[in-house]
Design a binder for this molecule. Structure first.
Ligand SMILES: *Cc1c(COP(=O)(O)O)cnc(C)c1O
Length: 376
């Protein structure tokens, strides 16, 4: 019997109220009052140049990839230890995905290896801020600037997190966030956000968002009719989802504070075991902030991780592993250039995530830590 699940979406209490408001006013399709309210709030709080809500983080990544205007054979550097969508979005645009290894200190892309992966066809680097912890953005931007590359941040897990005081998602030319129910805040199960920081992409982003039409300009009264002007799809979410998200944004500070409290409790309680070398705790470099998206341990071997997950399960605690390296997935194995990516494989085999969600209590964290102490 699972007494403590791995994740549980949090309701702030206002979601149904705002969703009812959207329904009652009968403005249900996208880009209405709640969508605009969420976008404006995010732009103001984080200094994003332009925000567009999307139906998922995957959609936001697909918009990023479309905006990069890639040609067949263009190369995109992506960490192998990430969610499928990071790579899929660029593959769908005909790009060649070049997988990069993670750092040994944490699962983020190893910026020291980037230079060796650059070819004349390289167009984009996609840093993924794993667990909401910033990648080494100065090092990544230095390589990108030197070779005139675009930087797309996969900030799906990184809401309200910072790099040297700069909000994640505000640093690359483009960024994607996710509001899936497993993330810190949700738009009612599925949702995402495209952030455009480079002015050059703003107009085209709005057009791609609205099925290749200039409808957004029409609604602002900038043109007197709208039509088909470019590629696009239907990326905007319904107002019902935006209304749900608004209730979560209003409570973001409280949500973040509680999550950080739980995260720090795990960290302090498990430190003595980490000091004995039994596992490695999450790494938050000096340049990064904590948004408490995830609490993970890195075990010394696959066998030890499997045993820990089974042991916790017997005690009613659901701990789960995470990504399998994309370069060795069924779909990509044959397309990969054969380079070994040892750190990706290490995280794929040895990383385990512990329960972390708003409604978890400090007492439950203590029980989980006590169980881990007992197991070891
Ligand atoms: C969650 C996630 C995504 C996908 O977001 P969806 O909203 O589920 O489409 C992409 N990349 C990373 C790193 C994620 O964690």
């Amino acid at each position: 019997m699972i007494a403590v699940p791995f994740n549980k979406p949090h309701l702030t209490g206002k979601e149904a109220h705002y969703m009812y408001e959207a329904v009652y006013e009968c403005k249900l399709s996208g880009n209405g009052k709640f969508t605009k309210r969420c976008q404006q709030w995010l732009e103001d709080r984080y200094g994003f140049r332009k925000c567009l809500l999307t139906s998922s983080g995957t959609d936001a990544l697909e918009m990023c990839a479309m905006l990069c205007q890639l040609h067949p054979g263009d190369e995109v550097i992506i960490p192998s230890y990430t969610f499928v969508s990071t790579a899929l979005a660029f593959l769908r645009e005909g790009a060649k995905v070049v997988f990069a290894d993670s750092m040994s200190r944490n699962p983020n892309i190893d910026a020291d290896l980037l230079e060796s992966l650059i070819t004349p066809r390289t167009k984009v680097i996609v840093p993924v801020h794993y667990a909401g912890v910033a990648c080494d953005m100065d090092a990544i931007l230095a390589v990108a600037n030197k070779h005139n590359l675009l930087v797309v941040e996969d900030a799906a897990q990184a809401i309200d997190s910072y790099y040297k005081g700069r909000p994640l998602g505000s640093i690359g030319h483009l960024a994607a966030f996710s509001f899936h129910e497993t993330k810190n805040i949700t738009a009612g199960g599925e949702g995402g956000l495209l952030v455009v920081n480079d002015e050059r992409f703003v107009r085209r982003a709005e057009i791609i968002w609205e099925k290749g039409t200039n409808r957004a300009e029409f609604f602002r009264g900038e043109v007197n009719k709208y039509g088909w002007v470019d590629m696009g799809s239907s990326f905007l979410p319904s107002e019902v989802n935006a209304a749900f998200l608004w209730a979560q944004l209003e409570n973001l500070d409280a949500i973040q504070e509680k999550r950080k409290q739980l995260w720090l409790r795990y960290y302090e309680s498990l430190k003595p075991l980490a000091e004995q070398g039994l596992f490695v705790l999450p790494d938050v470099p000096d340049y990064a902030s904590l948004n408490a998206h995830m609490f993970y341990l890195v075990l010394p071997s696959l066998e030890k991780r499997t045993a820990l997950i089974a042991n916790l399960r017997e005690r009613g605690i659901q701990a789960v592993f995470h990504y399998l390296s994309l370069h060795s997935s069924d779909y990509y194995r044959d397309k990969h250039d054969g380079r070994a990516l040892p750190q990706c494989d290490r995280y794929a085999d040895c990383l385990v995530r512990l329960p972390l969600y708003y409604d978890l209590t400090i007492e439950q964290v203590d029980e989980i830590c006590q169980a881990i102490h007992t197991i070891f």
